[in-house]
Design a protein around this ligand. Structure first.
Ligand SMILES: Nc1ncnc2c1ncn2[C@@H]1O[C@H](COP(=O)(O)OP(=O)(O)OP(=O)(O)O)[C@@H](O)[C@H]1O
Ligand SMILES: [Mg+2]
Length: 330
């Protein structure tokens, strides 16, 4: 029984749900990869709020792109970096050099680094550059695209016109829009929204996610997760953010392991929710039996939609102040 519990926890930790949004992104990604080389490089941006699963989606999309080493050296179809906060051109060159296996990425002047980078990209046959957290190229204090960093991306693409897959918060769109090398190559942005209980398709997708975690927890007695009124409690608990859904199940599986339980009922989810989330301090616990979630359900859903928004964004959503949205990059 304890092996069953440990195996369930491990399965939850590894669960990846291929939502319909993942499939839509995959269609665009396949075009990026097949037509990119014929079009002198294309750019695809995956854009969405924090925790909706952008980085995870990028890892899944690029899972089949091979990296290997033979007597001729490294061969990499893809090179991935996370844009550092407040990036400089040198910071971007060094991050790419490190990802390409350069033993001393900080060696040399700016132009030496760039030359070495372009040579390594060509020698290793890189077909795709992944730039995650692209919104870091916008300086939050001045609200401007950081010229130096954007210029570095442009220079690389001029010398080595490969395709680029970017991911980031809404500010990432401004980076793409201000960089002519990226703009010219840009395909339609793939938006990855949080799940929305009031949209039929999105609700269906959310319930599909619960179903996937239900099968990861096989061996336990569970609530009827596919029942809409049960699923609504999970939506209210997580605000439709994938990361929170994942953590809720992860914490619940850990509690069940520690307490040697054979069932993960509402009480376990209530405890997991309280422990896992900062927002639990401000919300009524949706897993408690005495909480009637159907009562004033619209208000509850509206509140859930604001889970994990920055404070001024929360205000902006209720007042409709668009400039506030822009200021927080959403
Ligand atoms: N399709 C998925 N199936 C299952 N779990 C997922 C999926 N996508 C994301 N997750 C879970 O959510 C967590 C957060 O996802 P991820 O880091 O990809 O979000 P993000 O959008 O990149 O956030 P940020 O903008 O803060 O970087 C992941 O660690 C993973 O556990
Ligand atoms: Mg990410």
């Amino acid at each position: 029984m304890s092996e069953m519990r440990q195996a369930a926890l491990d399965r939850v930790a590894k669960t990846f749900v291929r939502t319909s949004e993942c499939h839509e992104a995959e269609e665009s990604f396949d075009k990026l990869m097949s037509l990119g080389p014929l079009a002198g490089g294309l750019c695809l941006l995956i854009c969405g709020e924090s925790g909706v699963g952008k980085s995870t989606l990028v890892r899944w999309l690029t899972r089949n792109l091979k990296t290997f080493r033979d007597e001729a050296g490294w061969s990499r179809s893809v090179v991935c970096i996370q844009i550092p906060t407040s990036p400089t051109a040198i910071g971007i060159f060094e991050a790419l050099l490190a990802a390409l296996g350069d033993p001393k990425p900080s060696r040399g002047t700016r132009s030496m680094k760039k030359r070495r980078l372009v040579k390594m990209l060509r020698d290793q046959g890189v077909k795709l550059i992944v730039l995650d957290d692209l919104q870091h190229v916008v300086d939050r204090t001045s609200d401007r695209v950081i010229f130096d960093a954007s210029e570095a991306i442009k220079e690389i693409l001029i010398d080595c016109p490969v395709s680029v897959l970017c991911a980031g918060l809404a500010d990432a769109e401004r980076v793409v829009g201000s960089n002519e090398q990226l703009t010219r190559r840009h395909m339609s942005t793939v938006y990855l929204p949080r799940f929305d209980w009031q949209c039929k398709k999105s609700k269906h997708s959310f319930i599909g996610v619960l179903k996937a975690f239900e099968s990861s927890l096989k061996g336990y007695d569970l609530p009827e997760l596919l029942n809409e009124s049960v699923a609504l409690r999970f939506y209210l608990a997580t605000g439709g953010i994938m990361d929170f859904v994942f953590k809720l199940f992860l914490f619940a599986a850990q509690i069940a392991l520690e307490k040697k339980l054979s069932a993960i009922g509402p009480g376990v989810f209530a405890e997991a929710w309280k422990m896992a989330f900062l927002h639990s301090a401000k919300f009524e616990n949706p897993f408690l039996g005495n909480v009637d979630v159907e009562q004033s359900v619209k208000d509850r859903i509206e509140r859930a939609k604001r889970i994990n928004l920055p404070p001024c964004m929360t205000l902006a959503r209720s007042t409709g102040a668009k400039d506030r949205l822009r200021k927080v990059g959403l």
